[in-house]
Design a binder for this molecule. Structure first.
Ligand code: GLA
Length: 383
């Protein structure tokens, strides 16, 4: 599967009739463990992957930013600073980045993606925000660090786009390190890059089920966690522990809080298991994480549950679980590299439950560098 797409450059030439001056690649991410705990101040363990968004940019001939996507077509033009309310097209994402980082120069922008369809849970929206923010950071010489860009992109997604996400996806896309997963402690945003051990591959198992309920379900889970904090009189569920949860009488709120408390502990245990190369422990922690997301947090779906079971039954599987917000989307698996082809083949054979015609995609990927300017050869294509 191609890493960086050439499509953005040829699209740019076709649409704007000139050569792009800046090309950025911003990766998607998988999260190995630590799900739905970034907004509860817990630690998370994502890795940027070698699939993502390529963005080509150059100066605009007028005062507006014009954007086109290989997958989504023309986006609505916007001026700087972008006005609220955001336009309804996909270009509200680059507009949100421009709004949050204080972009000055109107640009022509062409983007293309090597991620499976938007909504697969590999953070294409964070990648798009980071691609645009990295381009403007470069063009306008704003000097923001990757962590600062991630914070500003989250601000843009929360307040400009209006999606109430945490900061994990933006941090992963901004700060990824080749060959490493990132242990990120959310309260300090301290990042510890941890090598993906020799002989272990990361596989993505995309169910093809669109994450249709994701936004409302996500906001509801956040509200339930806030309710648990209110009942326990704690600033965040990071400060909670299992005995304390007996003070919560609402069974749903209690189960949500139990997921958060147990998942935080699983992240620390996973860090130790990964460092020790303890494959059995890695596998049982990922299985427990999936079960907790399915039963206590209720953000899985039958297709994700089936694909995770199929993964555990396939050759070379170390561990598997749903990744990202859930309600559809993808699972992540850690697989013995020598068996990865057989593993993917075996999972592909697994019958898809219920849903017909969904586009399932299974592939291995590499942990990769975060958003960066791409030094490309001068293109050979003439206009
Ligand atoms: C989405 C959000 C993240 C995080 C995950 C769940 O991807 O954007 O901030 O909350 O869901 O772990």
């Amino acid at each position: 599967m191609a890493t960086i797409s050439d499509d953005a450059a040829s699209l740019y030439r076709r649409r704007f009739g000139t050569e792009p001056q800046t090309t950025v690649f911003a990766p998607g991410r998988v999260n190995l463990i630590g799900e739905h705990i970034d907004y509860n101040n817990g630690p998370v363990f994502p890795a940027a992957i070698n699939l993502g968004i390529t963005l080509c940019a150059g100066p605009s001939a007028d005062s507006q930013t014009h954007a086109i996507s290989a997958e989504l077509g023309e986006g609505g033009p916007f001026s700087l600073p972008p006005e609220l309310p955001a336009n309804s097209s996909w270009s509200r994402y680059p507009a949100a980045a421009a709004w949050a980082i204080g972009a000055k120069s109107p640009l022509n922008i062409a983007v293309s993606s090597t991620l499976p369809a938007a909504g697969c849970g590999l953070s294409s929206s964070a990648a798009l925000l980071l691609a645009a923010a990295t381009a403007w950071n470069h063009v306008d010489r704003l000097g923001h660090t990757p962590t600062k860009l991630a914070q500003l992109c989250q601000l843009g997604e929360n307040h400009y786009v209006g999606v109430n996400c945490g900061i994990m996806d933006q941090m992963a896309s901004a700060c990824g390190v080749e060959g490493h997963a990132l242990l990120i402690d959310i309260p300090t945003l301290e990042i510890t890059p941890v090598p993906v051990p020799e002989g272990i591959s990361v596989a993505v198992l995309d169910t093809g089920v669109p994450r249709s309920l994701a936004e409302s379900g996500y906001n509801e889970r956040r509200a339930q966690c806030e309710e648990a904090c209110r009942i326990l009189d704690l600033p965040s569920l990071r400060e909670a522990n299992l005995p304390l949860l007996d003070l919560i009488f609402d069974p749903t709120v209690k189960r949500r809080a139990r997921h958060v408390v147990t998942e935080i502990q699983r992240v620390w245990d996973f860090r130790d298991a990964l460092a020790a190369g303890d494959a059995d422990r890695i596998g049982s922690l990922m299985a427990a994480s999936h079960a907790s997301l399915r039963d206590d947090y209720e953000v899985s779906c039958p297709e994700l549950d089936e694909i995770v079971s199929a993964a555990y039954a396939a050759p070379g599987c170390i561990g598997a679980r749903m990744t990202g917000a859930g309600f559809g989307g993808a699972a992540v698996a850690l697989v013995e590299t020598e068996h990865v082809t057989r593993f993917l083949h075996s999972v592909e054979q697994y019958p898809a439950p219920g849903v017909k015609g969904v586009n399932r995609t299974f592939f291995a990927c590499q942990a990769s560098q975060g958003a960066h300017i791409v030094a490309m050869d001068r293109p050979k294509v003439s206009l």
